[in-house]
Design a protein around this ligand. Sequence first.
Ligand code: C5J
Length: 218
Amino acid sequence: MPTVDAQPGPFTFQAHETALVVIDMQRDFLLPGGFGESLGNDVAELRRTIAPLTALINAWRAAGLPIIHTREGHLPDLSDCPPAKLKRGPMIGQEGTFGRILIRGQYGHDIIDELKPAEGEPVVDKPGKGAFYATDLDKILDNDGIKSLVVTGVTTEVCVHTTVREANDRGYECLVLADCVGSYFPEFQQVGLKMIAAQGGIFGWVAESPALIAAIQE
Ligand code: C5J
């Protein structure tokens, strides 16, 4: 079985029972001039994940293993956006540089060109931060016999963390790749990763993508 050097200890997995989940690599969060930047964030903190993720996705596809992409966003009438979320995110649904912010079907809501999903790879649209809430993700994984997840994407402390916690509670073993997840806030990146592997791996494992690529190519 492939094994990856990780925190808090080696992560061992069955490749055919492991899915790569790429969280919210959307233009609204990553493009210069977009929603994320308009909030005063430095998108470079997220964009550094693009190169390692590209290499990982290429290796994962070459190995014939499943990849699932997610996008955070809402229906055009915002009927799936709780008022409490809108109250603290009043820009959701407003016109931005790349169309209506976080609205399905808009240019900004879609995944960046560099990481465009391949034909047949599921794209899970989610109204919340977690990828399991109000989506078919659990069913998709169950149908494929998936037991472990490699979790990547943005942002580390929000949608990545929420998804890992949801997955952990559902019995999935999660490996989070430090170089393939990003936060606008360096301190949240650091502590977010520490929290996953703390206490013997309370939410999962943390490793770097080259170690995982080497493990699936062995
Ligand atoms: C945020 C996300 N940060 N994808 N969304 O609001 O992490």
